[in-house]
Design a protein around this ligand. Structure first.
Ligand code: CDP
Length: 218
């Protein structure tokens, strides 16, 4: 990839509920770039695996699903094999299985390949996930690691899902964070050169302004 494309890659990583999608979306708008939610890709693989065989522990089966998947992500709308599954990939069933699917090394290889093509085709973009600054685009000039307290992250998720099961949501987030940080392939980490921002007490606009002020954007 040429260096001008590297200048336009904004890598955003962080745990569940840290605000990655909201910030990535807002930042992309400000910078006139597109944004990619890589979590949606892993969610789509989990969703299809559940739908097709209800078998999400068979690495080979899941890999086949991943390789055959036609995935399209534009303006926050996720279309998989011709169907809009934006809502379905956020179901609790998918949320419970996605970390196991995302821990499969061959599945990750396939997704990373697609993420790099997505950016290459657009000459840059705002990309958010867990391993964007560490594995997918370690050469990115702008890397942000978003965090927030466990309580705030659970509250944000409850707001999005209209769930009232506070303890259940907090527990689910904790388990997923443990799985994502503890896996051997591409665990969630703050990558070298990433600026860490605790967004617990920060609004969306404030966070975007902070990020815009932290880097050079010429
Ligand atoms: O929106 P939320 O932060 O809850 O999660 P997500 O971004 O939709 O990601 C769902 C899951 O996909 C994560 O818990 C990870 O297991 C996995 N994931 C990953 O392994 N690598 C990425 N680059 C993005 C997501």
């Amino acid at each position: 990839m040429n260096s001008s494309a590297n200048e336009k890659i904004i890598a955003i990583d962080g745990p569940a509920g840290s605000g990655k999608s909201t910030i990535a979306k807002a930042l992309a708008k400000r910078l006139n770039l597109e944004y990619l939610d890589t979590g949606a890709m892993y969610r789509a693989v989990a969703f299809l695996s559940l739908q097709q065989s209800e078998e999400t522990r068979d690495d080979q089966r899941v890999l086949e699903v991943a390789e055959e998947m036609d995935f399209n992500f534009t303006d926050g709308i996720c279309v998989v094999n011709g169907h809009d599954v934006t809502k379905e990939i956020r179901s609790s069933e998918v949320t419970e299985t996605v970390s196991a699917v995302a821990a499969m090394p061959e599945v990750r290889k396939e997704m990373v390949k697609r993420q790099r093509i997505w950016v290459e085709e657009r000459g840059g973009g705002v990309v958010e996930g867990r391993d964007i600054g560490s594995v997918v685009f370690p050469q990115a000039k702008v890397k942000v690691y978003l965090t927030a307290s466990e309580e705030i992250r659970a509250e944000r998720r409850i707001g999005q899902e209209e769930s009232v099961d506070t303890l259940g949501v907090a527990d689910s987030i904790r388990k997923r964070d443990e799985a994502d940080k503890g896996r051997s392939t591409s665990p969630l980490v703050r990558s070298e050169g990433a600026v860490e921002l605790d967004t617990s007490l920060m609004g969306v606009e404030e966070t975007v302004e902070e990020i815009l002020g932290l880097f050079r954007w010429n």
